[in-house]
Design a protein around this ligand. Structure first.
Ligand code: LLP
Length: 399
């Protein structure tokens, strides 16, 4: 993945930056397109994972839709040119401005997360004399078996309408004239690495759909199972492209799709996770009392996942790719004034020195999009593999 030539290019650029391997990206999208088409699934890419224009434009060109969780994401999806009928708007706290914006642009629909929200959307729709399509995001109370912070489908989570209130929600919808129920929506969490939670979700969804049919005679045209498919952070090279085929096949096997019903997904991490790396330079090697620190010029402001969730990202010293690991361990840390500004402790690397180029892998999703300017730091730029030559020409010898 990181050839000598590439390393040479990296060494001429200012660090840190996000590097995106566009060849891998296209391969992933092709694989996803093929698998989605095989099982007749509609995939809406979750913009929250990475919303760089270049990336969105390519995803749009592969025919995927957009899953948005803020008015600005809806606006971005529209500006980038995702077809309106492929844009969905989810989120637990949509404000008036966001609701109005989405109604005015007649997107595919809202995923509603509370009965109060449905009433507010109905009020605004009535003022505009429109009928707004919406799905109910239900909380199925299923454990996604992932990090606590990435679990969304349990009763204790703020997301979705608890099943207990489903009846009330449907009755409310029956009283309202300016919203129309088109489907059900679920999203149980993120970085889900086993198919078990999805199988449980399918069973729960089957039971809910049966009940809705029996009680209300409803056959809804859309069912949306959200996103969450995990990626291999431990050993990215083993699985550069997630097993989309297995994922859709599992759902296909367990979900009872109703008559003429369209199945939707909202994938984020699995679409963009593996094609991005944060590239950084070693500033100093500092000896501690019991430890040795490799201090990078990238920190938690550039990639917050390790500090926020204790997430693992594989760290590679690209300058010493062919050198043996000699049992030297480093705490790989950033330059910010926070103890949590650490990418990992006790990382085994070949002998590492100042100016070595370090890659922090699997950073394409929830990396650049979560950048902050804490400590008034600069934001890392994006470097796309297919533009690298151009970039070199523009920047000349940058450092
Ligand atoms: N749909 C909904 C309603 C969501 O809330 C999410 C993610 C997705 C789809 C996409 O999930 P994915 O396929 O990417 O797992 N910042 C965290 C991840 C937060 C995910 C939030 N919701 C991280 O860095 O791991």
């Amino acid at each position: 993945m990181f050839t000598k030539k590439l390393l040479h290019c990296f060494s001429k650029l200012e660090t840190p930056f996000y590097y995106y391997d566009m060849e891998l990206f296209h391969k992933s999208l092709k694989t996803l397109r093929k698998a989605a088409d095989k099982y007749n699934c509609q995939v809406h890419y979750a913009l929250k994972a990475n919303a760089n224009n270049r990336i969105l434009e390519i995803i749009r060109d592969y025919g995927f839709g957009a899953d948005c969780v803020s008015g600005n994401e809806v606006q971005k999806a529209i500006e980038v040119g995702f077809p309106l009928e492929k844009i969905v708007f989810a989120g637990v706290g949509k404000n008036n401005h966001e609701i109005n914006y989405a109604i005015d642009h007649s997107i595919f629909g809202f995923n509603c997360e509370s009965i109060e929200e449905i009433e507010i959307i109905n009020d605004w729709a009535a003022k505009k004399q429109k009928i707004v399509p919406l799905s109910l995001r239900l909380n199925p109370d299923i454990d996604a078996v992932t990090h606590n912070f990435l679990t969304t489908g349990l009763n204790d989570n703020k997301f979705g309408i608890p099943l207990f209130y489903l009846e009330e929600a449907i009755e409310k919808l029956n009283q309202l004239n300016n919203v129309t129920l088109i489907g059900l929506h679920f999203h149980i969490g993120s970085q889900i690495t086993s198919m078990e939670p999805y199988i449980m979700l399918c069973k729960r969804v089957n039971a809910i759909q049966d009940e809705i049919h029996e009680k209300y005679g409803l056959e809804l045209p859309h069912i949306n199972l959200g996103g969450g498919l995990g990626i291999n952070y431990q050993d990215p090279n083993q699985e550069l492209i997630p097993d989309f085929e297995k994922y859709f096949a599992t759902i296909h096997q367990h979900l009872k799709v109703r008559n003429k019903q369209q199945v939707h997904f909202e994938l984020g991490r699995s679409v963009v996770g593996q094609f991005g790396s944060l590239i950084s330079r070693v500033l100093y090697i500092k000896k501690g009392i019991n430890r040795q620190f490799a201090i990078l010029d990238a920190g938690m402001s550039d990639l917050i996942r390790p500090a926020l969730y204790g997430s693992y990202h594989k760290i590679e010293n690209l300058s010493k790719q062919n050198k043996a690991i000699e049992g030297i361990k480093y705490d790989v840390v950033g330059p910010l004034c926070e103890t949590s500004d650490s990418f990992n402790r006790d990382v085994e690397l070949p002998l590492t020195e100042r100016d070595d180029i370090i890659a922090i892998r699997s950073a394409g999703a929830y990396g650049e999009i979560m950048v902050s300017q804490y400590n008034l730091r600069n934001k890392p730029v994006a470097v796309y593999s297919d533009e690298l030559i151009k970039k070199k020409e523009i920047n000349g010898s940058v450092i």
